[in-house]
Write a protein that binds this ligand. Structure first.
Ligand code: ATP
Length: 236
């Protein structure tokens, strides 16, 4: 579904990605793991059209989308739940969710149907639909960021650090939802610093270090690889 080849990205003179190759097949959950500053968010942002690659290609279902802007990527079936959630605290939960579908210009009925789906998946958001998003807990804001992405009805969902700053129990809840989405057929590209969790929830994984893919393979194998465990996953 998604084919990335030789992708490079820069911030001014500083290079963040050095020739990244990555594939996501339809229906797969693919994890992208690596340390702080490895370039994981940059890669997602390139895919979403938020950062312009300086070289290489991004192909989605046969279409070259390397330089496509974000609104076009949403119309092509992508949605990003960004790192840090980027919730609009002065807007209500309902208004925040509506933002996710703007590039699609949906009719009122379809928007309402999708919102009901989001509320069915995240009942707490339904209970708090009229509340200002700034009053939600961290876990609820994460759910809202995911719900906002789901409003776009994505065929490929990009999740950037969904567990960042959340307590273990809330992280469990978030990962249970990620698994549900995957079982329901959504293709997922998941960026996580919590590599053990990401590997447990994915089919295959890529390890990014200093802007380069240094390891890739079946998540189960990577999770059990002793050298990798020592180097990247901690002792747990
Ligand atoms: P993190 O989890 O900390 O976000 P990451 O793996 O997602 O890490 P990126 O955020 O993609 O890493 O950052 C990759 C490199 O690009 C880092 O060296 C970072 O300092 C740099 N970088 C990221 N965003 C910008 C920016 N807006 N301007 C300049 N440099 C940036």
């Amino acid at each position: 579904m998604l084919t990335i080849r030789h992708l490079t990205a820069h911030y001014g003179a500083a290079q963040a990605l050095f020739g990244v190759d990555l594939d996501v097949g339809r229906g797969e959950t693919v994890a992208l793991v690596g340390a702080n500053g490895a370039g994981k968010s940059t890669l997602l942002r390139c895919v979403m059209g938020l950062v312009r690659p300086t070289g290489g290609s991004i192909v989605l279902d046969g279409d070259d989308v390397t330089q496509a802007p974000p609104a076009r990527m949403v119309r092509k079936g992508l949605a990003l739940s960004p790192e840090g959630r980027e919730v609009f605290g002065e807007l209500t939960v309902r208004e925040n969710l509506e933002l996710g579908a703007i590039p699609l210009a949906l009719g009122g009925a379809e928007k309402a149907r999708r919102m009901e789906e989001v509320f069915a998946r995240f009942p707490k958001l339904g209970e708090r639909a009229g509340q200002l998003a700034g009053t939600l807990s961290g876990g609820e804001q994460q759910m809202m960021a995911m719900g906002r992405a789901l409003m776009a009805g994505p065929k490929l969902l990009l999740l950037d650090e969904p567990s960042l700053g959340l307590a273990p129990l809330i992280t469990d809840e978030i990962f249970a939802i990620i698994r549900q989405l995957a079982r329901g057929g959504t293709t997922i590209l998941l960026v996580e610093q919590n590599a053990a969790r990401a590997l447990s929830a994915s089919d295959k994984a890529y390890l990014l270090a200093n802007g380069r893919i240094v390891e890739q393979g079946e998540s189960r194998r990577l999770l059990n690889d002793a050298t990798l465990r020592a180097a990247f996953l901690g002792a747990s």
